[in-house]
Design a binder for this molecule. Structure first.
Ligand code: HEC
Length: 122
């Protein structure tokens, strides 16, 4: 089927490897890692497996056969490659993406709200 040909596993891997090649081709930057400033319990990285188990379904992109190849190409670019929803989809109380409001826009921290407008006023 045309959709499977357009977005198959080999293509996804080739796109990811092209991005890796680009990033690895950039000049290196040497900087000291900043120390973790999160307090307990948020500094317990091991606990992320619970969050990941609840909210990260660890599934590869699957084309929606009810949609056109063009629609699926866009979904592949926005979801699988660029993860646009990470910033443009609101989050729930556990800070997981609320995909019932996918791409509805999001402000993740009140201090960041309209930060760009404050810069524009200067
Ligand atoms: C790391 C967070 C992040 C990701 C990932 C991200 N964006 Fe954004 N996007 C922003 C922010 C922040 C702004 C606002 C920038 C500004 O106004 O200066 C923005 C602005 C935009 C705007 C302009 C909105 C407007 O009303 O002017 C569009 C369109 C957009 N993003 C699309 C995308 C697409 C498509 C992707 C994926 C390819 C994407 N974004 C991924 C953070 C992100």
């Amino acid at each position: 089927m045309a959709i499977e040909l357009a977005i198959n596993g080999a293509k996804r891997d080739a796109d990811a490897l092209a991005i890796k090649a680009h990033l690895f081709g950039r000049p290196g930057v040497h900087a000291t890692n900043r120390t973790d400033t999160l307090g307990f319990p948020y500094n317990q990285r091991w606990s992320m497996f619970v969050w990941s188990w609840l909210f990260n379904n660890n599934a590869r992109f699957e084309p929606n056969t009810a949609q056109s190849p063009q629609w699926n190409r866009g979904a592949y670019l926005a979801d699988a490659l660029a993860h646009c929803g990470e910033c443009h989809t609101p989050r729930n109380l556990a800070f997981a993406l609320n995909n019932r409001k996918k791409f509805a826009g999001a402000t993740t921290h009140t201090r960041q709200r309209h930060w760009h407008r404050r810069l524009e006023r200067r």
